[in-house]
Write a protein that binds this ligand. Structure first.
Ligand code: CTP
Ligand code: MG
Length: 227
């Protein structure tokens, strides 16, 4: 079934420390955000992409979209101070579909086979996220004193895309804004309204490029895929 994609791309990439938006860095000779967009470009079910961007990146991004023949960007909207604001700005632009997928432009290794089950789960349940079982043991601490070891078998590392019925996503963002609530993902905004969010198992390859060492992992994934 068809959906639209919302791609927050308006960050500064501070932790990457590249001196510019990390999404403009190249891996395998292609900019990060173009890798991400390519997946949606190639998915016939995706009818449009709404990109939240920094005004200072707009020109460079437009040139690259043209160069790499990305045609599905329906609108580029100005991002906000936090990721959540960027998503909300872009979500308001989406229209005419029941389901949207929100995906960090900084996760270029998402694969098409994961999009369809995620979209289906959101259509049926209202909201769904990709996640992978945690590999590390997670403990809570007060300063450096451990206070609790969490039961790993019920812990998940949550990724994007996160898929929503558009009406749910907009309501959740509207309410978060009203309450000045800032979440670290979009699903948490829906969860706090008491609505169900389901997990669809994702892939460990679907990393978010955050710090400089992630570029090494990214190059390795590109190499593995080109073999
Ligand atoms: N993002 C956004 N608007 C913001 C902040 C982030 O659209 N105000 C986007 C980023 O471009 C990225 C995604 O949200 O695609 C995930 O954010 P993150 O990995 O934190 O990227 P940055 O905010 O750019 O990095 P940093 O936090 O290190 O500055
Ligand atoms: Mg950030």
């Amino acid at each position: 079934m068809s959906y639209q994609a919302i791609l927050p791309a308006a960050g500064q990439g501070k932790r990457m420390g590249a001196g510019k938006n990390k999404l403009l860095l190249e891996i395998g000779n292609v900019p990060v955000f173009i890798h991400t967009l390519r997946v949606f470009e190639n998915d016939p079910e995706c009818t449009g992409v709404f990109l939240a961007i920094n005004p200072q990146d707009e020109e460079e991004m437009r040139v690259l979209l043209k160069k790499h023949q990305i045609t599905k960007v329906a609108a580029m909207v100005e991002g906000g101070k936090e990721r959540q604001h960027s998503v909300y700005n872009a979500a308001k632009a989406a229209s005419g579909v029941e389901v949207v997928l929100v995906h960090d432009a900084a996760r270029p290794f998402i694969t098409r086979d994961l999009l369809q089950p995620l979209e289906k789960a959101a259509r049926e349940k209202g909201a769904a996220v990709l996640a992978v079982p945690l590999k590390d043991t997670v403990k809570k601490a007060d300063g450096n004193l451990i206070t609790e070891t969490l039961e790993r078998s019920c812990l998940w590392a949550v990724q994007t895309p996160q898929a929503f019925r558009v009406s749910s996503l907009l309501e959740a963002h509207r309410k978060a804004e009203e309450d000045s609530f800032l979440g670290t993902d979009d699903a948490s905004l829906v969860e706090r309204l008491g609505k169900e969010v389901v997990i669809v198992e994702g892939s460990y390859d679907n990393i978010k490029l955050t710090t400089p060492e992630d570029i090494y992992f990214a190059e390795a994934i590109i190499k593995k895929r080109s073999n």
